[in-house]
Ligand binder design. Structure first.
Ligand code: NDP
Ligand code: 8X3
Length: 252
């Protein structure tokens, strides 16, 4: 395979899917992961014919599976050039005294530990080759804390800190480590956060123009096309109507 290879976690919807499509457009062969096999199958039809595609179905919480599957990649898929740690979600939006332990487990296990498991499987190949780009999708929730965001914000602050730590530790190997921290992006994110409540989910994005998943993929495109001596280390991107995690100029 002559094309470069990108692995995108959580490519079954939203930001991850947009990143997979954008990297494919740039000529990367794509490894796309997620739990929904049907979505990964559908993605195949949207990719350009010139790129190779390897869908992998696993839950990033499943440490053994992550390490087994990514540790047994076919030879021609092993040399991953770009890793996008995107899989993640918020679960619930409750004050800390009412929060659900299951929601807390989900956010810490997926957003933090899942990112670490995938990274653990992929980084050794990159350090060996002294080449690679890791892009972690953080959040404005990793830069600020907002009411009822408690544990989700904690998980994204962890992503921010882990990304900075990765950049330091992987510096001797010449790897690029990048964090992109979006504000409000209209995806399935709020549907997951509010457990399928469509009305509540839609209301999050009403009265202003939110970011689209493609806006984040455009930043990924810019980041991976910089020359070797340039790393876009840390990006906060907001809708123009959003000034901070809590200030959104809505016209309702
Ligand atoms: P979506 O809900 O649209 O996509 C989430 C993706 O993560 C899906 O592909 C989903 O795949 C995958 N995922 C979730 N849980 C797991 C799991 N346990 N194992 C494997 N894959 C999983 O949301 P977004 O695209 O918006 O979110 C992507 C990332 O962007 C997240 O890290 C989120 O925190 C971050 N973010 C989102 C913002 C927003 O406003 N939308 C703003 C800032 C950051 P599947 O369900 O098939 O497993
Ligand atoms: C997603 C954006 O503001 O809902 O990370 O936390 S927010």
């Amino acid at each position: 395979m002559e094309n470069k290879i990108a692995l995108v976690t959580g490519a079954t919807s939203g930001i991850g899917k947009a990143c997979a499509l954008t990297l494919a457009k740039l000529g990367y062969n794509i490894i796309a992961t997620g739990r929904r096999a049907d979505r990964l199958k559908e993605l195949a039809a949207e990719l350009p014919n010139e790129v190779e595609y390897l869908p992998l179905v696993f839950d990033v919480r499943d440490r053994e599976k992550v390490l087994d599957i990514l540790g047994a990649l076919p030879e021609e898929w092993k040399a991953i050039d770009v890793l996008i740690n995107n899989a993640g979600n918020a679960h619930g939006l409750d004050p800390i005294q009412n929060g659900s332990l299951d929601d807390w487990d989900a956010m810490m296990d997926i957003n933090v530990k899942g990112l670490l498991y995938v990274s653990k499987a992929i980084i050794p190949g990159m350090t060996k080759r002294k080449s690679g780009i890791i892009i972690n999708i953080g959040s404005i929730a990793g830069k600020e804390v907002y009411p009822n965001g408690n544990v989700y914000c904690g998980s994204k602050h962890a992503v921010d800190a882990i990304t900075n730590g990765m950049r330091i530790d992987l510096n001797p190997f010449g790897l690029k480590v990048i964090a992109i921290h979006p504000g409000l992006v209209e995806t399935e994110f709020s549907l997951v956060r509010f457990k399928g409540d469509e009305k509540r989910s839609e209301s999050v994005y009403q009265g202003f123009e939110p970011l689209l998943a493609q806006d984040i993929a455009d930043i990924v495109e810019f980041a991976v096309t910089r020359p070797p001596h340039v790393v876009i280390a840390d990006v906060v991107v907001l809708p123009t109507a959003q000034a901070s995690a809590t200030i959104v100029n809505k016209e309702l």
